[in-house]
Write a protein that binds this ligand. Structure first.
Ligand SMILES: [Zn+2]
Ligand SMILES: [Zn+2]
Ligand SMILES: [Zn+2]
Length: 175
């Protein structure tokens, strides 16, 4: 369960934290009430404290293949899902991972569709990203991670009402 502390104080300046706001990609954050963003100078004014609200990890009925502890399902502040070892953590002071470092990113799923690609006539697939967005894409299309460019046919049609601004191939670091 996500618990929002309403009367929480800013650890930097002691002022009240502002309202919980949600970004266009569904991330939740709380800014210090004395801070604001000046779009003319492109700088934040006042206190720049931002608290990202992390969803609580969900306990899984699976064991870590490395150490045998329970796995948890965690959603990052980028909206990506991963399974990680419940003993793993992050030491903010030493800036290093602690405990078991097992992490498995949950990628999207692909299903074959009946239709044909309007560009090349090959089969279409329905791709569901790890964040639940759906797109119809050509089965010959792919992504070359090293060259950072699309390969094969480039036909893609997003089925959700988003603008496709998220790069679903982009996997941020877990911490
Ligand atoms: Zn503050
Ligand atoms: Zn482990
Ligand atoms: Zn195609």
């Amino acid at each position: 369960m996500l618990i929002i502390m309403q009367d929480e104080k800013c650890p930097k300046c002691g002022a009240q934290l502002g309202e919980v706001t949600e970004t266009s990609t569904g991330k939740k954050l709380q800014r210090c009430s004395t801070g604001s963003w000046n779009s003319e100078t492109r700088k934040s004014e006042g206190c720049d404290y931002v608290k990202w609200i992390q969803p609580e990890p969900e306990e899984l009925d699976e064991k870590c293949p490395k150490c045998g502890a329970n796995l948890v399902l965690q959603t990052t502040r980028f909206g990506k899902k991963m399974k990680k070892c419940s003993t793993g953590g992050w030491d903010k002071e030493a800036r290093k991972a602690t405990g078991c470092d097992y992490v498995e990113w949950l990628g999207g799923t692909t299903e074959a569709l009946d239709g044909k690609c309007p560009i090349c006539g090959e089969g279409l697939v329905l791709y569901t990203t790890s964040t639940g967005k759906k797109m119809e894409k050509c089965s010959t299309g792919g992504w070359d991670r090293e060259a950072k460019k699309a390969t094969g046919c480039t036909y893609v049609k997003w089925l959700n009402d988003n603008k496709g601004s998220d790069n679903f191939f982009d996997e941020p670091m877990p911490f």
